[in-house]
Design a protein around this ligand. Structure first.
Ligand code: ADP
Ligand code: MG
Length: 734
């Protein structure tokens, strides 16, 4: 049946597939035999770790398998939180399950469903309610993995656990296992070449590709699977590093504008700030200006929490660039382009820059999708009047002839029609919201490689930054400016809800506004996740309206709303945000995914429901929404469980110095899956495993650098070249 199969063969040509299986493979993006081999189990159901219900102990994370008994939905007695309740039964006993805020679960499973559940055990054996499990993860199964004394999977015990593949309707983990075993039996592995050079594998004791594939799909012991995953994790990070080092070397090949730093002028510029620079800001300015005065382009990422003062750094750098003339005598004006992710932010930056540069005879332009403006202090000294709306054509002309010194804008900046005379420096705010492709486009606007400063407030651990921004050097602004009032953060247990709502009432009476963020819902299907989130936002807003804040105006904001209103009466993200900003709404109930990015100083309270389901860094980011008001701000973190571990984790929100520290903690305590923005980095789950291991990330970086140093186009490594290409940021546009 399976004869002479090649890695590139379609699965359907080698194996008989039912229509349902064909569809399922399609959904998973698996076409060829090779795709199938590189479709890895997410875990191995470790038979030994499945608990009998009769043996459960409180405050533990447990996995149980059994049959679902009665299932129902209701609202909690006092606070009316929607919840689903069920009973699970195995051969040793029964256990109650509660899902807070997740009533949709009741629709996913039915009485009689066979499921595996993993979750925390709460309650106590001695109390009336007994033990119960809260918010467990569910896996639907066809069979129960334990039948008295044997395992479902292997009678002979030849694997240590059953590989569990990413779920898709129509295809089972068993099918994957058996099909892959058949493929192995056909000597398929001999036809696949290992892209990683042997000396690297040896140096880091990594298994060959062939061994790793066998071990990952059918490990005989736990370490087999671990070592195999380690190899694949290394491999992916290594490819990313190759691509980044390649692009860095390529960027460095071209000339840059060597910036002449006039220390005294720079100090004078800084002296006009209404505040003292923090140490972090000063250090960042020093290292960036020093980079820019060398003969190759500066390439750096500046990481700092919201409010850490990145704009002042950007302004100082911009000043250094536009005031540098001597060494570039052949150029008149050097130019700076500053790109922001949204129109609102671009306008805010434009205004900040006018403050910073009002005393200097320069021109600052603003280009967005809806219009252009320029500020020029040459003409009128009153900075209000010095701002004028101008035509796009006029602005483009000034950019092209060098009269515009600093251009601020949204992605309108990267359109091909925008041509600079001497673009010497590019600054990108919140680069993670741009595609890497767009960054490359902006950098390519000039014959000379502009200096490149990227700034982000997204809290990610160092290992991840070194990987995804592998072509950039890193600088961290790790402390906030002095005198900032920290947000008072409280972890609120179920019993303290009422007191907290009272406190919030007081602030509402004082005319303050409130954000309520609804819990995250993890769902493999993003569409469904969205739908469920919308539902939970609506339910929560109704509950608050009915039971808690009857007197106040409550608005709803979620990702499924249209961005802008088509008619004045339709609600959109924009119209709701506008109403909130104008204080036509007192309480805004929103999903965590929705951008609530606009700064509304009167909103001084944020309530986060189901906090245990968020990573710390994400909670910190949500809290950042109330950071900017002059009044005291409050963050109430509502947790549904009382378990010590969860509480200890949440308490870090009160002690950690910044978001980056919290991101590191997330990584240590909960793994790479919890990192903010994980979905958008294009790293697979297995690649993310490497992010936990600084040694591995550094090894991948070192080896990639070494290879690229001698071999920028990877001519001697054709297979590597192909793999790295998948992670390349395209460099040429249109
Ligand atoms: P972000 O890093 O989020 O871009 P901003 O640059 O917008 O932060 O700064 C936030 C606020 O802090 C601004 O009002 C700015 O004027 C102020 N600020 C910046 N640096 C300092 C400092 N060293 N001391 C006091 N306030 C500062
Ligand atoms: Mg900023």
């Amino acid at each position: 049946m399976m004869k002479n199969i090649e890695p590139k063969n379609n699965i359907g040509d080698c194996v008989h597939l039912l229509p349902m299986q064909k569809k399922a493979l399609g959904r998973l993006g698996i076409k060829t035999i090779e795709d199938l081999l590189f479709h890895f189990p997410t875990r191995y159901s470790d038979i030994a770790k499945i608990c009998k219900i009769c043996d459960l102990v409180e405050d533990e994370l447990a996995t149980v398998y059994g049959k679902i008994g009665k299932i129902k939905t209701r609202k909690s007695f006092r606070t009316k939180i929607p919840m689903a309740e069920a009973i699970i039964e195995d051969s040793t006993g029964k256990l109650k399950i509660i899902w807070f805020h997740q009533v949709y679960i009741a629709k996913m499973i039915h009485e009689g469903s066979l499921v595996g559940l993993q979750g925390r055990i709460n309650g106590s054996k001695t109390s009336k309610a007994g033990l119960y499990m809260t918010n467990p993860e569910i896996e639907k199964t066809k069979d129960l993995p334990i039948d008295a004394n044997n395992t479902l999977f292997s009678k002979t015990g030849e694997t240590f656990g059953m590989p569990i593949y990413p779920e898709s309707r129509g295809i089972t983990s068993r099918w994957f296992y058996h099909t892959i075993q058949k493929i192995f039996a056909n000597n398929m592995l001999d036809k696949i070449t290992d892209p990683i050079p042997e000396d690297i594998l040896k140096k880091y004791s990594l298994p060959s590709l062939k061994t790793a594939l066998v071990w990952i799909h059918s490990p005989k012991k736990e370490t087999d699977a671990k070592v195999a995953r380690k190899r694949f994790a290394f491999e992916e990070i290594f490819y990313i590093q190759l691509a980044r080092q390649q692009s860095k070397k390529d960027y460095n090949k071209r000339a840059s504008f060597c910036i002449d730093i006039n220390k005294r002028e720079l100090e004078q510029f800084i002296a006009r700030f209404p505040f003292e620079l923090t140490d972090g800001q000063q250090k960042a300015i020093n290292v960036i200006t020093s980079d820019m005065s060398k003969d190759k382009p500066m390439l750096r990422l500046l990481e700092g929490d919201v409010g850490s003062g990145k704009t002042a750094v950007a302004a100082t750098i911009s000043f250094a660039v536009i005031s540098s003339r001597k060494k570039n005598a052949q150029y008149e004006n050097l130019q700076v382009a500053y790109m922001a992710p949204t129109e609102v932010l671009a306008k805010q930056l434009f205004e900040s820059f006018i403050q910073y540069f009002a005393h200097l005879p320069i021109q600052i332009g603003l280009i967005t999708g809806t219009g252009c403006k320029k500020f020029s202090s040459k003409i009128i000294s009153d900075s209000e009047k010095a701002i004028t709306s101008i035509s796009r054509a006029q602005l483009l002309k000034w950019i092209a002839n060098g009269e515009t010194n600093i251009l601020i804008g949204t992605h309108s900046l990267i359109q091909k029609v925008v041509k600079f005379k001497n673009l010497a420096c590019v600054i990108v705010d919140e680069q993670h919201r741009f595609g890497t492709e767009q960054r490359a486009k902006l950098a390519q606007k000039s014959e000379v490689s502009p200096h490149f400063l990227s700034m982000t407030a997204t809290p990610i651990p160092r290992t991840l930054a070194l990987t995804i921004y592998g072509d950039l050097d890193l600088t961290l602004l790790d402390k906030m400016p002095l005198g900032r009032k920290p947000v008072i953060t409280e972890i609120v247990l179920p019993g303290a809800r009422e007191i907290t709502y009272k406190k919030i009432h007081k602030e509402l009476e004082r005319g303050k506004q409130v954000y309520v963020i609804c819990p995250r819902i993890d769902e493999p299907d993003p569409e469904k996740e969205q739908a469920l989130l919308v539902k939970s936002v609506k339910e929560e807003s109704e509950r608050l309206k009915r039971n808690i804040f009857q007197k106040y105006r409550i608005g709803v904001l979620h990702g499924k709303m249209p961005p802008k209103s088509i008619t004045p009466s339709t609600e959109s993200k924009e119209s709701v945000m506008f109403a909130f900003a104008n204080h036509e709404i007192d309480i805004l109930v929103a999903t965590s995914m929705v951008e609530v990015g606009i700064n509304i100083p009167n909103a001084t309270i944020i309530v986060i429901e189901g906090a245990e389901r968020f990573g710390l860094a994400q909670l910190h980011q949500l809290r950042g929404r109330v950071l900017r008001s002059a009044d005291q701000a409050y963050c109430y973190v509502f947790a549904d469980t009382k378990t010590q571990k969860t509480l200890a984790r949440l308490k870090a929100l009160r002690t950690a110095k910044n978001g980056f520290e919290l991101a590191e903690l997330d990584l240590m305590l909960r793994g790479a899956g919890e990192l903010v923005g994980k979905k958008q980095w294009g790293i697979s789950d297995i690649g993310m495993e490497a992010i936990k291991n600084i040694k591995m990330v550094e090894a991948a970086r070192t080896e990639a650098k070494k290879i690229i140093e001698e071999n920028i186009d990877l001519k001697n490594y054709p297979i590597l070249a192909k793999q790295a290409e998948k992670f390349v940021i395209p460099l040429h546009f249109e």
